[in-house]
Design a protein around this ligand. Structure first.
Ligand SMILES: [Zn+2]
Length: 440
């Protein structure tokens, strides 16, 4: 209910709080001033100068008044929305019950919370905001060191896709180490430039440019292979298909490096290194060459359907990149806050019901009821094999295939032929030895 009221108020705010009028009026003033300057310069005569300046006075004053009037409207809208916000939030608390205030498990951990927020901003690529947050979260800094901190601008490489504000990098404060200094440590150049690299590669992928991602995967191939990741091959395979599609689809110049011939060159140059693990897929891609003139009617149709392929490689790239940094692909803060927002209404309802019934919520580490969360937010501590429908054990642990599908080791042994398997859930095939045990 309160939400609907707020949404209406927000709509009103969007209508009234527009800065476009102010901007237009400021532009008009700038035009007046520019015209006056060129007139003065052209005439180069003190008489003309003073006349021009006199003529300028009234129109500029009118312009400034107009800007102020526009801003008043905006300000009024903001104040009104602020009042609506306050009203909605306070009445909510009084009439719909409130959360217990006696045990707030997070109250003792401001550093952890700030750390989670800073980390979230960094991994979202909001480097400027993260720097400002970290700087402002430092308690009782002498004013001088904050301004010193703000004056230290360390721009990232120009190619990186960051916010327009340059990130600031604070010097470590060795003189008085507080828990908050862990926050400054977070902002270490390496972490920030790592995320800048990730965002630069992702934005290339958005523009259908695979080479930066391929180069990254190649320079990290040992770690990726150790994780059983197929990322480098998947990227190279997509590059092959992308070239194969030719200039009419990929928009690249019509040269021998593009089109079917270009794809063939690319395969000769690059596929050799994957032969030991992906020979079947490479064979399929080469066979598809035979059907090149009529691919949509061939058995290779699905391989060449790349409608989702760029989004998929971007997602697995993000996952692998974060995991090499020791981080999960999803921001933990995002997951926790979203799960919390889903659980909150139920929790409020529950507390209202038990209020006055002398029943106390005694468990502090556990919710008194189950909360249904979307599948993506469920992290299993137990695993049931989708093939055998049995819960995995230490003797029969879950294994993850390079395609990302998970089953029990015994099930994998049952479905594999010799040393090779075909994934039961997707078209991928591979060696049994590439399946990695996972620890839950
Ligand atoms: Zn699979």
């Amino acid at each position: 209910m309160a939400m609907e009221v707020l949404e209406k108020e927000l709509e009103k705010l969007k209508d009234t709080a527009q800065l476009s009028n102010s901007l237009a009026n400021v532009d008009k003033i700038i035009d007046l001033l520019t015209a006056a300057r060129s007139e003065v310069e052209r005439a180069n005569d003190p008489h003309v100068t003073s006349l021009t300046l006199t003529k300028l006075q009234n129109p500029v004053q009118r312009g400034l008044d107009a800007v102020l009037d526009d801003l008043k409207v905006v300000h009024k809208g903001q104040v009104k929305f602020g009042k609506a916000l306050e009203k909605a939030l306070t009445t909510d608390k009084d009439t719909k019950g409130s959360l217990p205030e006696d045990h707030d498990p997070m109250a003792q951990h401001p550093t952890l919370i700030n750390r989670a927020i800073a980390m979230h901003l960094l991994r979202e690529g909001q480097f400027g905001v993260a720097s400002a947050f970290i700087a402002e979260a430092q308690p009782q800094r002498p004013q001088s060191s904050i301004s010193q901190l703000q004056s230290q601008l360390s721009p990232l490489s120009p190619s990186s896709v960051t916010s327009p504000t340059s990130p600031r990098s604070p010097e470590p404060y060795e003189s008085h180490l507080t828990p908050m200094d862990e926050l400054s440590a977070l902002q270490s150049e390496t972490l920030q430039s790592s995320f800048a690299e990730m965002y630069s590669i992702l934005s290339s992928l958005k523009e259908r440019k695979l080479l930066p991602a391929i180069n990254w995967a190649r320079s990290n191939c040992a770690e990726l292979e150790a994780r059983g990741s197929n990322l480098e091959f998947e990227l190279c395979k997509l590059q092959f298909i992308w070239l194969f599609k030719g200039p009419s689809v990929n928009g690249l110049p019509d040269t021998p490096e593009n089109g079917r011939l270009g794809a063939l060159y690319y395969a000769r140059e690059n596929f050799g290194r994957f032969q030991h693990r992906h020979i079947r897929e490479i064979q399929q891609l080469s066979c598809a060459m035979v059907y090149a003139s009529n691919l949509p009617a061939s058995p290779y149709r699905s391989i060449f359907d790349i409608a989702m392929a760029f989004d998929e490689v971007a997602a697995s790239f993000t996952r692998e990149f974060c995991s090499l940094l020791g981080l999960s692909a999803e921001s933990p803060l995002y997951v926790a806050a979203t799960a919390g927002a889903i659980a909150l209404p139920q929790l409020m309802k529950f507390l209202n019901k038990v209020k006055g019934k002398n029943t106390e919520w005694t468990t502090t580490q556990e919710m008194a009821f189950e909360t249904r969360l979307p599948k993506s937010m469920v992290y299993h501590s137990i695993f049931v094999c989708p093939v055998s429908k049995e819960q995995t054990t230490a003797e029969n642990p879950p294994v993850i295939l390079p395609c990302g599908h998970v089953l029990a080791r015994e099930s994998l042994q049952r479905i594999s032929k010799g040393s090779r398997y075909k994934c039961p859930y997707c078209p991928n095939e591979g060696s049994v030895k590439d399946a990695k045990e996972i620890i839950l």
